[in-house]
Design a protein around this ligand. Structure first.
Ligand code: NDP
Ligand code: 2IT
Length: 459
C-alpha cells in the first residue's frame, strides 16, 4: 500500500487509521488493498462527521474483525495418507445481521485473502437491503484432482470444527471458489448429523431437495447482468447487441454468460486459470456447462466440440482472455485478475464497461485508470451481490418453511439489483463523483453500517 502522503488525504483521522492499519497488517496485502480502496473513497463522508466517528473509533472498529477462527482440518486421502489443511472463518461484522458469506477452497487461501473477502462482504451485504452481516471462510485445500470421496471426507472434517461457530441466527456460510452444490451438500449432512437437528438455514446454496432456493445457482451471474443493464441504461447505452468477454468458467461466469446471451449480448470468450477460448460465433454455453459442471474438465476441451474456436494458453502478464476485443468485460474468476497493464490493453481495445462478477478482480490502479478513461465500472460489492442477496432469500424461505417459484425469486433478485444500482447512483450524485459507482457503492453501504454500529454502542 502506498503511503498516505501519496494519497493526499485531507482527513487527519483517516490518515491515522490507514497508517495504523498498515503497521498492524503489513503481511496482508489483499486485506490492505481492499480496506484502502474503501476508506479512501469514503473521505467526503468522513470529513463531514470526523469528530463523531473519531469519538467512537468507528473506523478502527470497522477494520478489525469481530472474530477470526482458524483450525486444523485433518483428512485421509484415497491412498490412506493423512493430510492436513488449514480452515478459517472470519466473522467480520455482525451489526446488521448474522455473519453471512461464502467458503473458498483454493490452495491460495490465507488470512489476508479471508480478511479482504470478509471486509468486502460487510459492504456488499449492507447494499442488498437484507438483514445480513459480513463474514467469509474457507481452506487452503485444493479440490482439483480429488476424488468425490476425498471431497466428502474433507468437507466432513472441515464441518466437524466449523459447526461449533455457525448457526442460522449466528453465521450462515455458502459457496465461493471451489465450493458449490456438492460441497454444501456434504457439509450440510455433517452439520445435521453432529447437531442432531434440521436447521436448514445454517447454510445456503443447498440442493433443491433439502431446502435450497430456486435461482440461487444462477443468482450471482444473472444479478451481474441486471446491474450492468441498469448502469448502461442510466448512461444512455443499450446492452443488447454488445459483445462481451468473461474471465472464468465457474458458477458466476457460466450464469453471467447465460443471462448476457438472453439479453442479446454476444459472448466471444471464456477462460479458466490455464487459458481462454475464443469463439467468434458466440460461446455455446451448453458445451461449457457440460465440461465444467458435469465433467469438471478444462476449458480447452471446448475445441473437441467446436473445432473452429481458438484456444489461447495463458503466458505473460496479461491473462489471454483480455487480449480479445469486446464492449463489455466481465471478470468472474478471482482477485487482481486485471492489473494496470491489462487495464491499458482493455481501454485501448475500446471497451465501454467493466462488470466485476468476482471479488476485487481489478487492482485499485486499474479501476482508477478505467475511470480516467471514462470506462464505466460496476464494482463487485454491488454488481455481484445477487448471489448473497438470493442466499438471504433462501434463508427467508427456510424460516418460513416455504419454497418459492423460480420466477418469484428471479423477480426479487432483479428488483434487488435495480435497487442496489440506485443506491450507488444516488451516492454518486450526492457527492458529485462523476459516474464513480465504485465510490458510490462504498458510501451507500458505509452509511448504513455506520448507523447500525453507532446505534449499538461501542462493542
Ligand atoms: P468457481 O470455483 O465456480 O469458479 C472459479 C473460476 O475462476 C474457475 O473458472 C477458475 O479456474 C477461475 N479461477 C479461480 N482461481 C483462479 C486463479 N487464481 N487464476 C485464474 N483463474 C482462477 O467459483 P465462483 O464462480 O463461485 O467464483 C468466482 C468469483 O466470483 C470469485 O471471486 C468469488 O469470490 C466471486 N463470487 C462468487 C459468488 C458465488 O455466489 N459463487 C458470489 C459473489 C462473488 P480453474 O478451474 O482453472 O481454477
Ligand atoms: O462473495 C460472495 O458474495 C459469495 N461467495 C456468496 C456468499 C453467500 O453467502 O451467498
Amino acid at each position: 500500500m502506498s503511503n498516505n502522503c501519496e494519497l493526499n488525504l485531507k482527513s487527519q483521522y483517516l490518515s491515522e487509521v490507514l497508517e495504523d492499519l498498515r503497521k498492524k497488517n503489513s503481511n496482508e496485502p489483499e486485506f490492505l488493498q481492499a480496506v484502502k480502496e474503501v476508506l479512501t473513497s469514503l473521505e467526503p463522508v468522513i470529513l463531514k462527521h470526523e469528530e463523531e466517528y473519531r469519538r467512537v473509533s468507528l473506523l478502527e472498529r470497522m477494520v478489525e474483525p469481530e472474530r477470526i477462527i482458524s483450525f486444523r482440518v485433518p483428512w485421509i486421502d484415497d491412498n490412506g495418507n493423512v493430510r492436513v489443511n488449514r480452515g478459517y472463518r472470519v466473522q467480520f461484522n455482525g451489526a446488521i445481521g448474522p455473519y453471512k458469506g461464502g467458503l473458498r477452497f483454493h490452495p491460495s487461501v490465507n488470512q489476508s485473502i479471508m480478511k479482504f473477502l470478509g471486509f468486502e462482504q460487510i459492504f456488499k451485504n449492507a447494499l442488498t437491503t437484507r438483514p445480513i452481516g459480513g463474514g467469509k471462510g474457507g481452506s487452503d485445500f485444493d479440490p482439483k484432482g480429488k476424488s468425490d470421496f476425498e471431497i466428502m471426507k474433507f468437507c466432513q472434517s472441515f464441518m466437524n470444527e466449523l459447526q461449533k461457530y455457525i448457526g442460522q441466527d449466528l453465521d450462515v456460510p455458502a459457496g465461493d471458489i471451489g465450493v458449490g452444490g456438492r460441497e454444501i451438500g456434504y457439509m450440510f449432512g455433517q452439520y445435521r448429523k453432529i447437531r442432531n437437528t434440521y436447521e436448514a438455514g445454517v447454510l445456503t446454496g443447498k440442493g433443491l431437495t433439502y431446502g435450497g432456493s430456486l435461482a440461487r445457482t444462477q443468482a450471482t451471474g444473472y444479478g451481474l447482468l441486471y446491474f450492468m443493464r441498469e448502469m448502461l441504461q442510466s448512461n444512455n447505452i443499450i446492452l443488447q447487441g454488445k459483445t462481451a468477454i468473461i474471465s472464468g468458467s465457474g458458477n458466476v461466469a457460466i450464469y453471467a454468460c447465460e443471462k448476457a446471451q438472453q439479453l442479446g449480448v454476444k459472448v466471444l470468450g471464456m477462460s479458466d486459470s490455464s487459458g481462454c477460448i475464443y469463439d467468434e460465433n458466440g460461446i455455446k454455453l451448453d458445451i461449457v456447462k457440460e465440461i465444467k459442471e458435469v465433467k469438471r474438465g478444462r476449458i480447452k476441451e471446448y475445441l473437441n466440440s467446436v473445432p473452429s474456436a481458438k484456444y489461447m494458453e495463458n503466458s505473460g502478464s496479461v491473462p489471454s482472455i483480455y487480449t480479445i476485443k469486446a464492449d463489455i468485460i466481465l471478470p468472474c474468476a478471482t482477485q487482481n485478475d486485471i492489473n494496470i497493464e491489462t487495464a491499458e490493453l482493455i481501454v485501448s481495445n475500446g471497451a465501454i464497461a467493466i462488470g466485476e462478477g468476482a471479488n476485487m478482480p481489478c487492482t485499485n490502479e486499474a479501476v482508477e485508470y478505467f475511470h480516467k478513461n471514462k470506462v464505466l465500472v460496476a464494482p463487485g460489492k454491488a454488481a455481484n451481490a445477487g448471489g448473497v442477496a438470493t442466499s438471504a432469500l433462501e434463508m427467508t424461505q427456510n424460516s418460513m418453511r416455504d419454497a418459492w417459484t423460480f420466477e418469484k425469486v428471479d423477480k426479487k433478485l432483479e428488483s434487488i439489483m435495480i435497487n442496489i444500482f440506485k443506491q450507488c447512483q444516488k451516492a454518486d450524485a450526492e457527492y458529485n463523483l462523476g459516474c464513480n459507482y465504485v465510490a458510490g457503492a462504498n458510501i451507500a453501504a458505509f452509511k448504513k453500517i455506520a448507523e447500525a454500529m453507532i446505534a449499538q454502542g461501542v462493542i
